[in-house]
Design a protein around this ligand. Structure first.
Ligand code: NAD
Length: 503
């Protein structure tokens, strides 16, 4: 069986711990490879490689570091098809969606290509007599990223794209469920350095593992900062543990995003958007829209009818099938969890309009497929409303008024994304201003911000105070140094014993 190795200091490194994780083909349900799971010693080897590389990498001037990012972007673009197919084969999302996964990550690399400009410091001439003040952003040193299964290309690039460009060296601990694409990214980064004549050995290291590897990262004294994306309980654990070990931590968690439909919305457009956002990638997106909130009975009835018609035309298929709209979910365990939630929804009294359980694809009966599922008359006291299901399950929660609709996402434990569908600019503006959620879409179902803005939710969707990528990412991955310099003319006055002022 194929074994997926770590990638440390520019070389494939076999795990010696004797512990392995299964990597499935979600289409067939069969194990297709195994991945070595690191212990603290193997994490330490990666940290040593990163530590060794960091001073020289930080000393490469920003323009030349940007050249490596440009070269990396070109290489990833050239391998787009191969990377997307590899990604789909382990994740289960369709190839077109995997290309989007790679592309959205590349956009952060494009942002990082402009790092010489973004990294410029600030300068105040004449802050006092003969005194100038300037500040600069310096890299933190060795930093780490821990990523989830659902975006194995985009989320690593969110993190290392910016972290590396500013002069840090990086340890990536990707999800052990789809670890191959992260390794390919590591290899391509090495190639990018070679293409522009800069040695990047040890700048980007990939270590596979589970909790043991994560704990080793969180406790390692030489790692200065950790970025995490995954489920909320683990995000909170990572935030607490990393901070207790003196690290800078940003930890993004789960989500339950609402799509609000006002009576004046273009319903046909909204329905198409909601279908794509609820069922695309089998609902395994942190910016999916698993809850839709029609305002008013008329809107609810019309919405339900149109959703049903669209669901009937949905094509669930192999991740390699270009005609399929979504493929299998990632593992059998995840499939069982989703189907368990569907049963809970029935038990707690929601109306199951379309049941996706028992879906099977001829010839692929052991694949991890779940059919599209629709619940109506879901209420806020239900567990299936409060929890993140992370599958192709759409819930209709009916609201009587705009105020009631805004209160739903605002009061929910998660606050990642939200969308409103309306033709009323005034209502949309009020909604965007008032809703207690980090990312808002106005007639945009999946409002993932562009790379030069930043990504981050609120409440239990994110712990820590810096978002991913854009200038927020740059701030997260650097520390500020401020220099106050005095070059007075003539004699220097005696120093005073009081706090200095600029007067
Ligand atoms: P997960 O929390 O199971 O795993 C995330 C990472 O944590 C993986 O690298 C995994 O190896 C590691 N991990 C797993 N168990 C651990 C433990 N007990 N202790 C320490 N580390 C552990 O998440 P997942 O299932 O891979 O991804 C799906 C989740 O990620 C969903 O909740 C989704 O909403 C969330 N997500 C959030 C965002 C966001 O930006 N907010 C983006 C994508 C995904």
């Amino acid at each position: 069986m194929r074994t997926i190795n770590h990638y440390i200091a520019g070389a494939s490194v076999e795990s010696r711990t004797g512990r392995f994780g299964d990597v499935f083909d979600p289409n067939t349900g069969q194990v297709q490879a195994r991945v070595g799971l690191a212990d603290a010693g193997e994490v330490d080897a990666a940290v040593l490689a990163a530590l060794k590389a960091q001073p020289a990498w930080a000393a490469v001037n920003p323009q030349r570091r940007a050249r490596v990012m440009f070269a990396f972007k070109r290489l990833v673009e050239a391998r787009m098809q191969e990377l997307a197919e590899l990604l789909s084969s382990e994740h289960g999302k369709v190839v077109a969606d995997s290309k989007g996964d790679v592309q959205r990550g590349l956009e952060v690399v494009e942002f990082a290509c402009g790092i010489p400009h973004a990294l410029k410091g600030e300068y105040t001439e004449g802050a006092g007599p003969g005194i100038d003040v300037y500040s600069m952003r310096q890299p933190l040193g060795v930093v780490a990223g821990i990523t989830p299964f659902n975006f194995p290309a985009m989320i690593p690039m969110w993190m290392f794209g910016v972290a590396i460009a500013v002069g840090n060296t990086f340890i990536l601990k990707p999800s052990e469920r789809d670890p191959s694409v992260p390794v390919r990214l590591g290899e391509l980064f090495m190639e990018a350095g070679a293409d522009v004549g800069i040695d990047v050995t040890g700048v980007l290291n990939v270590v596979h593992g589970d909790k043991a590897a994560v704990d080793a990262i969180l406790e390692h004294p030489e790692i200065s900062a950790v970025s995490f994306v995954g489920s909320s309980d683990i995000a909170h654990y990572v935030y607490r543990t990393g901070a207790a070990h003196g690290k800078r931590v940003q930890a993004m968690g789960g989500a339950k995003n609402h799509g609000i439909i006002l009576p004046d919305a273009d319903l046909d457009q909204a329905v198409k958007d909601i279908i794509g956002a609820a069922y695309g990638s089998a609902g395994e997106r942190c910016m999916a829209l698993p809850v839709t909130v029609p305002v008013g009975k008329g809107t609810a009835e019309a919405l339900r009818g149109k959703l049903l018609a669209e669901i009937e035309t949905l094509k669930v298929g192999l991740s390699s099938d270009p005609a399929a709209q979504y493929g299998p979910v990632v593992t059998a365990a995840h499939k069982a969890k989703i189907e368990g939630y569907i049963q809970t929804g029935v038990d707690e009294g929601a109306e199951l309009v379309v049941d996706g359980r028992g879906f099977s694809l001829q010839g692929y009966e052991d694949g991890f497929f779940v059919g599209p599922t629709l619940f109506d008359k879901v209420t806020t006291d239900m567990k299936t409303y409060q929890d993140e299901i992370f599958g192709p399950v759409l819930q209709i929660v009916r609201a009587d008024s705009f105020e009631e609709a805004v209160a739903l996402p605002s009061k929910h434990q998660y606050g990642n994304g939200v969308a409103i569908f309306t033709r009323n600019g005034r209502a949309a503006r009020e909604f965007a201003q008032k809703v207690n959620v980090g990312m808002v879409g106005i007639n945009v179902p999946i409002p993932v911000p562009v790379a030069y803005h930043s990504f981050g939710g609120w409440k239990r969707s994110a712990f820590g105070d810096a978002n991913q990528h854009g200038m927020e990412g740059l701030r997260f991955w650097t520390k500020v140094k401020t220099v106050t310099a005095r070059w007075p003319e003539g004699d220097v006055a005696d120093s005073a014993f009081v706090i200095p002022t600029m007067s």
